[in-house]
Design a protein around this ligand. Structure first.
Ligand code: HEC
Ligand code: HEC
Length: 206
């Protein structure tokens, strides 16, 4: 009896660990060629800008984002699993793994145009130390002290991204529109004011 309980416990733990690993394992590495990606991404430029710096904040910046993260998101769009993203799901539908690797290499190789720094005390506090009372972890723990992310862990760059897009994304995680175990847990604990503060501060990081 005792042994069975132990085994069930062990299985439950390894399941959780496997889940966590699956979420963190970067997509299979296919070497992307930026020059090929430039040609293949002509259809993307109208919204995201030819180099991944869009003209308007309705579209997220892709320039300078980690190719591992771009690859992951394009695969999620292709499998129609990022919420109600009709446009992006359609854009990614016919991309091959090689197209995705090339396009990701292209945008990752371009320089992100920074946003003006934001003196937001609440945002800075959330970013650097989290909100311990609400079990909100420091964003910097994963997204880096300058919002530079981490390519091998597939943590995206936040510094320089439009504040409105960062806030929208956090709302999407909070509502479950966009799914991701860690980020849904983080965003669900943030109020609207905290989301806006963290977004403003993160956007201004360089
Ligand atoms: C008609 C406009 C439009 C076109 C064309 C378009 N996108 Fe997008 N894209 C969007 C919008 C809007 C979003 C934000 C979706 C959201 O709010 O979650 C987005 C999001 C993304 C993201 C996620 C960024 C992030 O930080 O999570 C990636 C990657 C992306 N697009 C790549 C591409 C690529 C590659 C192409 C060309 C094959 C492309 N897009 C074409 C509008 C467009
Ligand atoms: C334990 C690690 C971890 C912590 C802590 C964390 N994040 Fe994230 N964050 C991630 C991962 C992983 C992703 C990619 C999720 C996905 O694939 O959708 C992400 C994605 C995001 C995105 C989407 C970016 C984009 O371009 O679409 C935003 C915005 C974000 N996080 C903001 C925050 C903020 C603000 C905090 C602090 C309150 C925070 N994160 C704390 C790991 C973390």
């Amino acid at each position: 009896m005792k042994k069975n309980t132990m085994m069930a416990f062990g299985l439950a733990i390894s399941f959780v660990v496997a889940q966590a690993l699956a979420e963190q394992t970067p997509p299979a590495q296919i070497l992307g060629v930026a020059a090929a990606g430039k040609t293949k991404s002509e259809a993307c430029g109208g919204c995201h800008g030819a180099d991944g710096n869009p003209a308007a904040p309705v579209f997220p910046k892709l320039a300078g984002q980690h190719s591992s993260y771009l690859t992951k998101q394009l695969r999620v769009f292709r499998s129609q699993k990022r919420g109600d993203q009709t446009v992006m799901n359609a854009m990614a539908e016919s991309l091959t793994d090689q197209d995705i690797a090339d396009i990701s290499a292209w945008f990752a190789s371009n320089k992100l145009k920074p946003e003006p720094a934001e003196k937001n005390e609440l945002g800075q506090k959330i970013f650097r130390t989290g909100i311990p009372a609400k079990a909100v972890p420091a964003c910097a723990a994963c997204h880096g002290p300058k919002g530079e992310g981490n390519p091998s862990s597939v943590y995206p760059v936040l510094g320089g991204q439009y504040s409105s897009y960062i806030a929208k994304t956090l709302h999407d995680y909070k509502s479950g529109e966009r799914s991701h175990e860690i980020m849904q847990a983080v965003a669900s604990r943030l109020s609207d004011d905290e989301i806006n503060a963290a977004a403003d501060y993160a956007s201004g990081m360089q």
